[in-house]
Design a protein around this ligand. Structure first.
Ligand SMILES: C[S@@+](CC[C@H](N)C(=O)[O-])C[C@H]1O[C@@H](n2cnc3c(N)ncnc32)[C@H](O)[C@@H]1O
Length: 243
């Protein structure tokens, strides 16, 4: 995978498309073991973070339409979907969608193949967009944020859960675990060490909390905030589409 995946700008269109294809193929390959790997790597903590995201979404104020972008196997969508919320899960990897349909087959989920950079939805459709560990994998991240703003109704909210920059105190231990253990676990559990090396590299190259908040503001979001999770290992950024 080219180094350019980890940068947010300066990619020509052809490079972006090639990187996008490689990333999709990588997720197709890890899809059957994706959820188990998340549980093992994070000692189950990713589930707590996703529940936190769900609580932040709260009950709907509008029609109750949510988009889980880069939804993967749809575990966030499954937490969201209830009698009040109907959820579209959008992801470009058919492998992830197929695995998700088997694991999370709720009647209030609709599965849609598509990428964040060109969302296959009309303007002003969704009350909430959830984006869990997805922005980092996009080749035009700022473009994707503009797309999210476009498909949100005025007053609608983006909730973006992503790995971030941990507190200095825990960085050596965290980086040691990430660099040494995660590719080994990726090899042992998913048979895909390169995919999990990419995961570690992409986390290291992702912007910190304040920079990402700035990207949201630049894209046009209002009331931008973030909450650190587990000493900044991850963060949930939120922003609303101005009325
Ligand atoms: C790390 S997984 C996250 C899945 C799920 N949201 C979760 O929290 O477990 C990243 C997902 O992003 C998807 N993805 C990759 N490139 C994308 C793009 N350009 N637009 C939208 N999703 C993308 C992948 O197919 C994959 O399912």
């Amino acid at each position: 995978m080219s180094d350019s995946v980890s940068q947010d700008c300066g990619l020509d269109e052809a490079t972006r498309r090639a990187d996008g294809r490689l990333i999709r193929a990588m997720f197709d390959a890890v899809a059957p073991r994706y959820d188990s790997m998340n549980d093992i790597m994070s000692f189950g903590v990713h589930r707590l973070w996703k529940r936190r995201l769900r609580r932040m979404a709260g009950p709907p104020r509008g029609r109750g339409l949510a988009l889980d972008l880069a939804g993967g196997t749809g575990d966030i969508a499954d937490l969201m979907a209830d009698k009040d919320w109907a959820v579209a899960v959008c992801d470009p990897s058919t492998g992830m969608i197929d695995a998700g349909r088997k694991a999370n087959a709720g009647p209030r989920l609709r599965w849609v193949a598509g990428a964040g950079e060109a969302l296959p939805f009309a303007d002003r459709t969704f009350d909430v967009v959830t984006l869990g560990f997805g922005l980092r994998n996009m080749t035009d991240r700022r473009g994707a944020l503009t797309e999210v703003l476009r498909v949100l109704v005025p007053g609608g909210t983006l909730l973006c859960l992503e790995f971030s920059t941990p507190w200095r105190l825990i960085r050596p231990a965290y980086e040691g675990y990430s660099r040494r253990m995660i590719p080994r676990l990726g090899a042992a559990v998913a048979g895909q060490p390169d995919a999990y090396r990419y995961l570690v590299d992409s986390i290291g190259a992702f912007p910190d909390q304040k920079t990402l908040a700035g990207w949201l503001r630049d894209a046009g979001f209002a009331t931008v905030r973030y909450r650190n999770l587990f000493m900044g290992i991850a963060a949930i950024h939120s922003g609303t589409r101005p009325a």
